[in-house]
Design a protein around this ligand. Sequence first.
Ligand SMILES: [Zn+2]
Length: 324
Amino acid sequence: MAKTAVTLGIDIGGTNSVFGFVDREGKVLAEASIPTNADEPASMLLARLAVITEEVFEPIKSTCELKGIGIGAPNANYYRGTVENPPNLKWDGIVNIVELIQSKYSLLPVAITNDANAAAIGEMTFGAAKGMKNFIVITLGTGLGSGIVVNGDLLYGHDGFAGEIGHTTVFPDGRYCGCGKRGCLETYVSAGGLCRTVFEILAESREESKLRTLCFSDLTSKKIFDLAQKGDPIAVKAFDRTGYLLGIKMADAVAHTSPEAIIFFGGLASAGDLLFGPTHRSMEDHLFGIFRGKVKLLQSGLKEDNAAVLGASALIWNELKKKK
Ligand SMILES: [Zn+2]
């Protein structure tokens, strides 16, 4: 009997690294997760991954053939195969992950990109962007990531880092961003950005709100969402403001690449209409006329619990397809 072709998708996160063996249809046949231990050097994480992926592969080894490895990681450079000064990992400078992985997996094809780009390829291969050639994926979590697909290809740009909409400027003298700049979109549109906006609105108004009893460190985007659903005026306003700014930047993004759809992925994206109602209105208001009424805003078509693994796996499936 012919063996089922599978790829290994690995997502390296600041806290945990998850991986899974995925077939061509996007079915995860085996998966697991290990702590990243962000203080360790990359080589130690990869050594632990090599051991545990082998263990997890063992039960399906007789029926599956491993074709390649795809990796999603912060600050990953697709062209060079490197991870460069990642914000949440204490890795020194530039680490060539593709070389390190290939030395452990007998030179199988390996590709790496950042997690938002992996999400975009995941949506194209297995999710909401199936059949689309021009779209943008926005990941809304602790930060705002983006992956841009043009004519069926992910946009990597001149140096491999294209698609950083989260670090484009909304207000030049605005909020301080983790990247060192000020006023980045991510400081307004992200889980943390939403919390900062709540405190801004609380300071500006006298309206009653349950949010007044919470201190900043206890505030989460989930609590704001729950209160907004119950009609808390401050929580609703915070979503309105967040959507308004997101809509402006999406209108800009549309002007650059003319996508068929913008797909939202990640924790904050599950807020649904609370966020995307104002986002859509603002985007339409700020769009250049020829684009109005043409761009769909969609939620991710990938299951949240293994979306990162599917994205990383889709990355290498896509590479294998290109090679053919
Ligand atoms: Zn920034």
